[in-house]
Design a protein around this ligand. Structure first.
Ligand code: CA2
Length: 143
């Protein structure tokens, strides 16, 4: 059974409360329920962590790596576009990671088109809504 950590960045705890046209009406809790159900089907155990703080996410990647996590599914929110620190933390973990974006970042403002952190991931899934996270789990299941 693979141990997977799902990391959520800033503002993802606001899902379902604002901007439903972009992010839908379901909450982070709903998303985690969906992920848990898919993980159970595949035979993964999942843990979740959300923070608005870049350093807290970096520290969590290191701690989870040291405690036996085997892969990551990450949506670092706006930090995806800027954070060399998060990219380095994922790379330092040596673990496979899949980056997910609920919205299609290529179809939004230009400043969202590039992901800094995707460079340390084995794949990026963007614009599939919440099912993108399930696709990320299935991708990791193939490794
Ligand atoms: O599409 C995605 O998943 C994003 O990672 C979401 C981030 C955004 O900064 C990225 O460019 C793309 C934003 C997180 C969610 O923000 C919300 C804001 C208000 C209400 C609900 C969510």
């Amino acid at each position: 059974m693979k141990k997977i950590a799902i990391l959520h960045g800033p503002n993802l705890d606001r899902l379902g409360r604002r901007q439903p046209a972009i992010y839908g009406t379901a909450t982070l809790k709903d998303l985690e329920k969906m992920i848990r159900a898919e993980a159970k089907k595949i035979g993964f155990t999942v843990t979740f962590f959300q923070s608005a703080h870049e350093g807290a996410l970096v520290d969590k990647i290191h701690a989870l790596t040291d405690r036996g996590t085997e892969a990551f599914v990450v949506n670092f929110g706006a930090y995806s576009h800027t954070s060399i620190a998060l990219r380095d933390a994922l790379a330092a973990s040596g673990l496979p990671a899949v980056e997910v974006h609920i919205s299609d970042i290529k179809k939004r403002e230009k400043f969202r088109h590039h992901s800094m952190t995707a460079g340390a991931c084995i794949g990026m899934i963007s614009g599939q809504g919440f099912p993108g996270y399930l696709a990320a789990l299935r991708l990791l299941a193939k490794l």
